[in-house]
Design a protein around this ligand. Structure first.
Ligand SMILES: Cc1cc2nc3c(=O)[nH]c(=O)nc-3n(C[C@H](O)[C@H](O)[C@H](O)COP(=O)(O)OP(=O)(O)OC[C@H]3O[C@@H](n4cnc5c(N)ncnc54)[C@H](O)[C@@H]3O)c2cc1C
Length: 146
């Protein structure tokens, strides 16, 4: 199960990065009121936040993968990577959708597909709630809650 969680984390980061690239390109090209929308901090900062969250999640995925390759325990890191990456990937796709506005729904921009695909990883192969149960019980030593 751990390699699956690491794989899903990597997929989520990739989906998020792709959405972020598309949104950044669009924000540079789309002119509203004589300036690219990406010149506005209100459009730029959410994209910058997404980059930071994606890169942090990717580091956790790399840590989990390194532990797995070294045949060391990696349950906490694998679950954390899957959770953080799915949340970061979803946020990036959602932010991309909002950056494109109505065109986010147009199939040729691929954002609606990325949002739909990354949403899956908030549910499968394990829900965010179950990841938190695992961290609470196995890492923090709290009573089993389910
Ligand atoms: C496209 C797809 C492919 C899949 N492929 C496979 C596969 O190949 N093999 C396989 O074994 N499974 C597969 N699954 C199943 C997947 O692993 C489960 O959907 C996933 O683990 C969530 O379980 P569940 O659907 O039973 O949801 P549930 O556990 O019933 O959760 C339902 C809702 O309740 C929430 N929830 C659950 N527990 C709590 C709690 N304690 N507190 C608060 N909220 C909670 C969840 O977040 C969710 O929103 C696939 C699912 C999908 C969508």
């Amino acid at each position: 199960m751990n390699p699956e969680r690491i794989l899903v984390a990597a997929e989520s980061v990739g989906l998020g990065r792709n959405a972020l690239q598309r949104a950044s390109r669009y924000a540079k090209e789309r002119i509203v009121f004589d300036r690219p929308i990406g010149m506005n901090q209100g459009a730029q900062h959410p994209l910058a936040e997404c980059w930071m969250h994606l890169e942090a999640a990717n580091l956790m995925a790399m840590k989990a993968a390194t532990l797995y390759d070294q045949q060391q325990p990696c349950g906490a890191e694998s679950n954390a990577a899957k959770y953080l990456a799915a949340e970061a990937g979803y946020k990036a796709a959602e932010t991309a959708m909002l950056t494109l506005g109505g065109f986010g729904y147009a199939k040729e921009f691929h954002i609606e597909r990325l949002l739909r695909e990354v949403m899956l990883f908030r549910i499968a192969p394990v829900s965010g709630q179950l990841v938190k149960c695992f961290i609470g019980e196995k890492v923090l030593g709290l009573p089993k809650s389910y």
